[in-house]
Design a protein around this ligand. Sequence first.
Ligand SMILES: Cc1cc2nc3c(=O)[nH]c(=O)nc-3n(C[C@H](O)[C@H](O)[C@H](O)COP(=O)(O)OP(=O)(O)OC[C@H]3O[C@@H](n4cnc5c(N)ncnc54)[C@H](O)[C@@H]3O)c2cc1C
Length: 626
Amino acid sequence: MKSKDRQLGMNADISRRDFLSGVSIAIGASLLPPSSVAADIGKQDLAGYYPPRLSGMRGSHPGSFEVAHTARDGATWEGEDTGEEYDLVVVGGGISGLSAAYFYRQAMGNSARILVLDNHDDFGGHAKRNEFEIDGRLIIGYGGTMSLESPGGYPEIAKKLLRELGIDTERFYTAFDQDLYASLGLTSGTFFDKETFGSDHLAIGDIVAADVLKHLPLSEQGKADLVRLLADERHFLDDMPPAERFDYLVRTDYRTYLKERGGFGEELLKVMESHSRSVWAVGIDAVPAHTAWRDAYPGFADLDLPVSSYEEKVDEPWIFHFPDGNASVARLLVRTMIPSVAPGEDMEDIVTARFNYQRLDDPKSAVRIRLNSTAVRVQHLDDDLKKPLRVTYVRDGEARSLTAGKVVMACYHAIIPHLCPEMPATQRAMLSRSVRAPLVYTNVLIRNWTSFVKLGLHSVTCPGSYHHGVVLDYPVSLGDYECTKSPDEPIVLHLTRVPGQPGRSAREQFAAGKRELLATSFETFERNIRDQLGRILGDGGFDPARDIAAITVNRWPHGYAYGYDPDTDRVAFNPSLWPEEQRSWVKGSRRFGNISIAATDAASNAMAESAIEEAHRAVSELTTRP
Ligand SMILES: Cc1cc2nc3c(=O)[nH]c(=O)nc-3n(C[C@H](O)[C@H](O)[C@H](O)COP(=O)(O)OP(=O)(O)OC[C@H]3O[C@@H](n4cnc5c(N)ncnc54)[C@H](O)[C@@H]3O)c2cc1C
């Protein structure tokens, strides 16, 4: 091992490896009587199976996506018939798929037999829970979808579901400690890395305050640009007739707007480069300037444009956050449908409820969830499309098939044409237009956060670095779970990375980013994480070799769902602005025989409320129309 790696702690004894197919499962299996390790038993049925505790490479973890990619590439399977029959099979166990199971049960009664298939080792899709244990203490993090954003503006169907699950959004006003970090004098910072800006520099606080600005590794022109942009005193469309402005901003990316209309130089553009990444999963070179205007990015001042209904948002604080993010929504859905899976009954006790995964696929339960199971074929039993369906899935390398009265496809839309080749060619073409933006949510458990307090920081934006942002976990205490309040206690750092190749179209960047994520080893992530945190926090006394206790990288090659138009090469960041005839996500999601189609791809809006709303629509199509 190189001495640099040793300094970073690459040899440190931390929780970083994914043992799913190794030690922990082998121990579980050995506890079972030999007869119960039958051919059809899945890993999840073995004692000790508890994926939230796994660290290392999570999200789209090794073993979860390979079968689907083989199906995409044309492989076919003849599944051995298990003889199982369900009223409904749901492909995809994310919030949309679980909501579909919930709505179907509501419509058809609690005895309806429902099976949810998901290719991951845990349910929830992007709603992923990461747990850590340190010094006997449970620390909970979120590996994907983070918060209910402005739930006051949710569609009624999503509000109703949350209420039925016992989620009282008012409770977050007391659960989320909005004063903790401010009371410790912590603020945000910006880290300028030497590879991008010539030297490493951590700017703490307001980047354009005179005493902060003067130390930035930028030229005088770069600093002047920064001051001018952040002052946000005027927009740059004075010489364009007002009637043309809207179209121009929709067609032009924010980077070009700043460069060509604002006259800003390359240094400023580098500082701003990652501004849009965590929200849109793409840099400013591919985000429409109109989207930047709508999100109140600097450079538009008092620019007045028509606001569509999609753009009206309820103004609520960013506090609607369970310690495991929206994984609690998924867990509440599962516990409601399969009560034996975990004790408890409300939004408080769900936070620490220990789930018994052996109960998820219990033959005695009307609702079952089968993990590590990739659907590879969904086909009506005959051509008249009124008959039930044969669903084939692959688990542990073996194909099996079963019969379903109806199917809700709550998976990524681009895979559906490969699973359902009988669908009309036009519908398959529309489904194929759905694109997913890749991104990474990394959780790093550190032994204490005294370095943050010494530096006066709670979050850092890192425009040129491997991860674009580092934040202390949101301070939320709910039920028996107490968040970390003292800097001497361990805490989870949340890091975000969006791979991208500036200069290419958004769709090309998504495709390249996806390839990059699947080809990047955990070791590469770990080295970059240690290096970056050491460089940002070193002056506060942080030592990556000593202070990092565990790392969980949640990579999502298929992250945010967007519609796409190949004729214009545009991604539907703001779907409500697209004319009806271009809304491929609506056309692709139409019911086909006894198959209906849910998931956020159906809305081109990667948000929990759309996952729920589309599930409701998909189930209504199957239950209220012949
Ligand atoms: C990192 C990240 C952060 C986010 N943050 C937020 C947030 O803060 N708030 C918010 O509202 N939204 C957020 N989102 C958006 C999120 O996508 C939605 O809110 C919602 O969780 C999506 O649910 P879904 O069920 O439609 O899709 P998914 O969660 O993607 O679930 C689909 C499931 O189907 C599975 N699947 C695919 N193909 C198959 C197959 N052939 N067989 C079996 N299973 C299959 C997938 O693997 C996946 O598990 C975030 C997304 C990401 C990636």
